[in-house]
Design a protein around this ligand. Structure first.
Ligand SMILES: Nc1ncnc2c1ncn2[C@@H]1O[C@H](COP(=O)(O)OP(=O)(O)OP(=O)(O)O)[C@@H](O)[C@H]1O
Ligand SMILES: [Mg+2]
Length: 491
């Protein structure tokens, strides 16, 4: 007689606070089942930290949950409504291919959104098919997890399942669904939606919900909506500085792709910069360079101004005073951003204390990197390990002079050389997800069904400050220049 196997609980522990908001904020909608779901990758440590059972998620039942083929107990799937300025143009959007299953309450009592991206049509799909292709979903998995390991606030990736169905793009591509984990999916665009199409009461409900979810520390005696604006600005100032410091280019910083939580969201056409150049753009659709590397800080400020506009009715009864409060808050962004960036740059150069000339020292290095087309990440690695021969800057008199200035600067602080070195090691990643490496991993996965290249890449990216020999090997630049590298979004 065979013993009946004990059923392993998956560990879903859903609450559905978003579903309790006004009905116009979302549409209750179920995922569309897919033909033959197969688990491609599962993030075991993330699953465990969410209180989920890895074995159960790997079972047929678990995969059915991750594919949208069945609805886990306690989930209440819905598509969130939002609007957004896309390349400056305002549109009504909403989750056209994503569905929120609910909020998982983790064993530590944290609340995170569990969302299926690519789960089928929703009322906001417009002319889209509601689906996603395997390549871009694996790409989002790799880069979001690399960002997390780099210490940058981001949505996480729990799993990718292939659907056994094709999606029609320029060619037919294998379809997939990504399970995304986020502090929330509240976007600047969510506020824009409610501000444009909702009542003031709706707006207050959304703002109060956001405060409760992300900023519960708000004091009773302050202007709570001004506090919300200021805190969101602070988080974005930290986030964008971190992007700039690692050379991350988001690629599509529309207001619907800016999360109120301060997490990086939507890894569509993003990529990491190789040679330092503020004009770097990867997205094939960004023909005017609106979202170029060097434009990211001002674009963030622009998006935050759109956020501030939505809050005007809540900031003050008097419109002029509301505008003044909003403008003051927004004008703080660039100083806040700059402070974070400067702090990070000092750390990248092993500098602990502050000197007025630090900025010109940093600018001196960056302009040399730009002039000689030096690789951004590898130049900082070369400085960290005192191997200037590893950067193309070596041999130029400019660099020798700059190096002397930098060494003299390090000499003017109390901390010993070794502490500077440690600071640099922990501030300069050994490697970033290089475009050619990511492409190689995706090609092996999608074309040959060989996931080993991706798994190795994920392993080395998971500890970017370890500076192991294997990482050095991954840090090599592509044989050919990647100047022509272009990413595509919306697939
Ligand atoms: N295949 C598709 N079918 C339906 N809607 C889509 C599709 N692709 C994109 N959209 C919608 O178009 C809008 C803009 O797309 P964008 O590329 O910013 O988002 P995304 O990558 O789908 O999702 P997210 O921002 O949630 O990561 C969003 O409202 C999105 O839901
Ligand atoms: Mg998006």
């Amino acid at each position: 007689m065979t013993e009946k196997k004990a059923i392993i609980e998956t560990g879903w522990n859903f609450d559905n606070s978003y579903a309790r908001l006004p009905e116009s904020f979302f549409s209750r909608f179920n995922p569309t089942p897919v033909r033959s779901p197969k688990l491609i990758i599962l993030n075991d440590p993330l699953a465990t930290s969410l209180g989920l059972n890895v074995q159960a998620l790997q079972s047929n039942d678990g995969v059915a949950d991750l594919a949208g083929n069945q609805i886990p107990e306690g989930a209440l799937p819905l598509a969130q409504a939002y609007a957004g300025h896309q390349f400056g143009h305002f549109n009504l959007l909403g989750d056209g291919r994503a569905l929120l299953l609910g909020e998982q309450i983790t064993p530590l009592g944290e609340r995170v959104d569990i969302q299926l991206k690519g789960a089928g049509k929703t009322p906001y799909s417009r002319r889209g098919d509601g689906r996603a292709a395997l390549g871009p979903m694996l790409r989002e998995y790799i880069i979001s997890e690399a960002m997390y390991a780099l210490g940058i606030a981001t949505t996480r990736s729990l799993a990718v399942v292939s659907t056994g169905e094709l999606v029609i793009r320029e060619t037919n591509l294998p379809g997939a669904i990504l399970t995304r984990v986020a502090a929330s999916h509240l976007r600047v665009g969510t506020f824009q939606f409610v501000s444009n199409w909702g009542t003031e009461e709706d707006l207050r409900a959304l703002a109060d919900y956001t405060l409760q979810r992300h900023f519960p520390e708000v004091d009773a005696d302050v202007n709570r909506y001004l506090f919300l604006l200021q805190e969101v600005i602070k988080r974005q100032a930290v986030l964008i500085a971190k992007w700039q410091l690692v050379g991350f280019i988001h690629g599509v910083m529309n207001t619907d792709n800016m999360a109120i939580s301060g997490e990086t969201i939507d890894y569509g056409p993003c990529a990491f910069m190789d040679a330092y150049d503020p004009a770097t753009v990867f997205s094939s659709i960004d023909i005017h360079g609106r979202y170029a590397y060097g434009n990211q800080p001002p674009i963030a400020a622009w998006n935050l101004a759109r956020f501030a506009e939505t809050l005007l009715p809540l900031l003050h009864d008097n419109k002029e005073q509301a505008i003044e409060l909003a403008q003051d808050a927004i004008s703080d962004f660039s100083a806040l951003y700059h402070r974070n960036w400067l702090k990070g740059m000092r750390a990248k150069l092993g500098i602990f204390n502050e000197e007025l000339q630090d900025e010109s020292l940093i600018e001196g290095l960056l302009s040399m990197m730009q002039k000689y087309g030096a690789d951004y990440t590898n130049t900082f690695r070369a400085l960290t390990f005192d191997k200037p021969e590893d950067t193309v800057l070596v041999g130029t008199t400019e660099f020798d002079q700059w190096h002397d200035l930098w060494q003299a600067r390090l000499g003017r602080q109390q901390e010993p050389k070794d502490s500077s070195h440690q600071l640099m090691r922990s501030s300069n990643p050994a490697l970033i997800p290089r475009n050619h490496r990511v492409e190689d991993a995706l090609e092996a996965a999608v074309q040959q069904g060989d996931y080993s290249v991706m798994e190795r890449l994920l392993a080395v990216l998971s500890n970017p400050f370890a500076h192991t020999p294997e990482q050095s090997e991954y840090a090599t630049l592509p044989a050919q220049s990647t100047c022509a590298y272009r990413t595509f979004c919306g697939t």
